[in-house]
Design a protein around this ligand. Sequence first.
Ligand code: IFM
Length: 466
Amino acid sequence: MTHRFPPGFLWGSATAAYQVEGAAREGGRTPSIWDTFARTPGKVLGGDTGDTAVDHFHRSTQDVALMAELGLDAYRFSVSWPRVQPTGRGPAVQRGLDFYQRLVDDLLARGITPMLTLYHWDLPQELEDTGGWPQRETAYRFAEYARIVGEALGDRVELWTTLNEPWCSAFLGYGSGVHAPGRTDPVASLRAAHHLNLAHGLAADALREVLPARARLMISLNPAVVRARSDAPADLDARRQIDALATRIFTGPLLHGAYPDDLLADTAPLTDWAFVQDGDLAIAHHPLDALGINYYTPSLVSGGTDNAPPRHDGHGAGTRSPWSGAEHIAFHQPPGERTEMGWSIDPSGLYDLLLRFHHEVPDLPLYITENGAAFDDEPDASGAVHDPARIAYLHGHLAAAHRALADGVDLRGYFLWSLMDNFEWSYGYSKRFGAVHIDYPTQTRTPKSSAHWYAGVARANELPDA
Ligand code: IFM
């Protein structure tokens, strides 16, 4: 069977500012919550920080040239909030904006479409000091920052994403504490989730005012693919609860203008949600032009309390569950092969997600804004990096995406996570997600065999047989 993709399908790769830029103290940039967190002993494996990362700040021209050599159509990057508005308030720092203007100009000069994400987890520390995402004011600060970036780059960027994976910001940042700022307060995590929804809507309003009509606005979510361990009522209910806390807590307000009743009921022992003010849901329900979906692995849950293994939250184990109000639910390792993160490899989860949103919001175009895998890739004696496991992972997931297209899903593009190895949050540099290998001491970039393979898929607009 031929796996041809539709004409104009966008083949891209993705990164995020804190994970790749480095230059943490340059050009007036101030610490973000991730700078603070990474410098706190014990929070990041090996004491790694994003101080240098892969030096994308100084090497972006070279990195864009590499993308062009690989023939990629698009690059999804994020803007570092503390680089353009160091205190999270007031006017922008032009030197910060200059970097992104140069980056976008380089991309456009090479015919590569920029997809800009405004927030990929690097909140200015000063805003955390005044309450962070659990505090309503942070949403208004985000809208102001969005306007600044929109005014600076709106003439040349058409694809805009407000937030990346707000679930992680809310529940790993304020619930389990395995991500910055490292708080472990279930009520704060629910407040944060709401203020992220509000921030998205306020930012979308601000962007609409300053962007040309051709601009397309979206958000990138990491909706969970939750499977129940059995058909027992307790297991099915566990699946429902996790689906509500992982996915519908965002898609409810953003796509339908309301929080799901079952979520409100499940979390009632923690909060009455009085922090949701009149008009907030209408703001969050701002019409989207597309939805970004990030998918890596499914979750397997059960409702019993028997022998619950360590919870699998997809991003490192915490001392506290990120599942605020559903802490009793057990997570199990799904069967089958795993990546270096321990995440099970299951492309059918991607297909299921794409179909889910196709049915839920039939008129909304979808992008896969992240998909990929970490493996332990190292150069061989000749210096080449062979990563057949990543090629197999990508092949399986692209075949799933193709199957969804064939079943009528309006899927517009695919962004491989990640262009290059980088700072994998609490795992530091120990996990390699890149199609391009980084030798950290020398910052040498070496495309792995998966990069060449993916380039071939992008050029042909077709997936070869496995
Ligand atoms: O590296 C992260 C990225 O920042 C957000 N999505 C998941 C990736 C892999 O964990």
